[in-house]
Write a protein that binds this ligand. Structure first.
Ligand code: ATP
Length: 417
């Protein structure tokens, strides 16, 4: 099997660990391994330059299967230094310019565990949203002989993966009718094996308890609140923190619990009291009365009231200043939440899921569904990609029509108010 992995949508910690796990597991199971740079955009663009790397840049000390020549070739085949340099030239004279689909080996992904973001690049690709773009993407995969794809991204990326797989047979037929591929390629590529891994800091995907990158983002938020604590307590200040999460309040809720916040606003469960300003002020006043010297309020970026009017951090600050006379500051954590080294769990989870993804691809048949690899109740699980995408959309829809109970129960069937 020729296997490619790409990262798509917003970057998240742990994406490099996914690439590492998929490449290493793929090699150990006898696959040829490739990466696609810049997400779906790289698939659409493909390789304009016919050159593929032909000699190892790096040596390896790995001694398993040492007598298997195919294994050794797969192991050593690499452009890892080029990947680290992004699109730039390399002192060796080799370049990745014009090449988005690159064959990689064991050494290329060595040490990728601890790196933040995604070293193979990610993008939001308008072209892939169009049928012509997806036709080019199919052509570029077939041209390189790749027959299996791992996509790591958020719900949008996995929706794209689902559409791509459903369209695949007709894309292949169209390419044949345009004489861009041969009959032999049609018979070899009649079926695209595809697996999704959820890389998203928001933890906003249904049918998995945790997404790759969410634990690290939560750590960053905790650290930020800890840092704010000291100044808040010293000056007896209030801080309103805006945290990422357009449709999902997981980061805000967990960040609030782990830092003892006074009040938390999340999209799925807007404050029931009307007006909520009175309820918030009453609670915070009580906390102050019993001796709390600092106030922390967390606002998810997608928070709103029961009438779907957005609740903004600046407005919350004005309420606390005007009604309670608190010296209040707003801190927007922004991209600090995304960045930096993955925490341990964002190395373990992608590794377990990456290995499972390779197994799922090897076991795939034309009749089996495409899977999303998630984690449920502490076990790595495969769920049909199409179901997970459908359920995630249903949650967003329920929030839109203010059916918050349905949204919560879709996300967690055991949810009780
Ligand atoms: P994040 O959670 O960080 O926003 P995401 O994967 O949801 O990540 P999107 O921008 O929604 O991010 O999607 C990433 C890419 O996936 C898009 O730029 C597009 O190329 C592809 N994609 C998304 N939705 C579709 C779709 N309906 N059809 C085809 N491709 C899609």
């Amino acid at each position: 099997m020729k296997l490619a992995v790409l990262t798509s949508g917003g970057d998240s910690a742990g994406m490099n660990a996914v690439v590492r796990a998929v490449v290493k597991a793929g090699i150990l199971k006898g696959c040829e391994t490739w990466i696609v740079r810049e997400g779906y955009e790289g698939l659409v663009r493909g390789n304009t330059d016919a050159e593929t790397p032909s000699s190892p840049l790096l040596s390896t000390t790995l001694d398993v299967k040492i007598n298997d020549p195919t294994f050794i070739q797969n192991l050593r085949f690499g452009d890892g230094a080029l990947l680290r340099d992004g699109t730039g030239d390399h002192p060796s004279g080799r370049t990745l310019k014009g090449r988005y689909i690159v064959r990689v080996g064991w050494d290329d992904v060595r040490g990728w565990f601890a790196e933040g973001g995604t070293l193979i690049g990610t993008a939001r690709s308008q072209a892939f949203r169009t049928p012509e773009g997806r036709l080019n993407a199919a052509y570029n995969l077939i041209k390189e002989g790749i027959d299996a794809l791992v996509v790591c991204g958020g719900d949008g990326s996995l929706t794209g993966a689902d559409i791509f797989r459903a369209e695949w047979p007709s894309l292949v037929q169209t390419l044949r009718s345009q004489d861009r591929i041969t009959d032999e390629q049609v018979s070899r590529h009649g079926h695209l094996r595809i697996v999704g891994l959820v890389g998203s800091i928001d933890n906003d995907m249904s049918m998995t308890d945790l997404t790759i990158g969410a634990p690290t983002a939560l750590h960053r938020i905790c650290e930020a609140i800890d840092n704010i604590h000291s100044t808040a307590t010293s000056h007896s200040r209030a801080f309103v923190l805006e945290v990422m999460g357009r449709h999902c309040g997981w980061l805000s809720l967990m960040g609030g619990i782990s830092s003892g916040a006074d009040f938390i606003f999340i999209p799925e469960s807007p404050p029931k009291a009307d007006p909520w300003e009175d309820a918030m002020c009453e609670i915070i006043s009580k906390h102050r009365e019993i001796g709390k010297r600092k106030t922390i309020v967390i606002v998810a970026e997608g928070a709103h009231d029961v009438n779907l009017k957005p609740i903004r951090a600046e407005y919350v600050k004005d309420v606390l200043t005007d009604r309670l006379g608190l010296d209040t500051r707003v801190t927007t954590l922004g991209h600090i939440q995304r960045g930096g080294r993955p925490c341990a769990w964002d190395r373990i989870l992608p590794t377990l899921q990456g290995v499972n993804a390779v197994d799922a691809l090897l076991e795939a048949t034309p009749d089996s569904p495409s899977y999303m690899i998630g984690i449920q109740e502490n076990r790595v699980r495969r769920v049909p990609l199409v179901e997970a995408v459908k359920m995630t959309k249903a949650v967003a829809e329920a929030i839109k029509v203010q059916d918050f109970e349905k949204a919560m129960s879709l996300r967690d069937p055991e949810f009780r108010e």
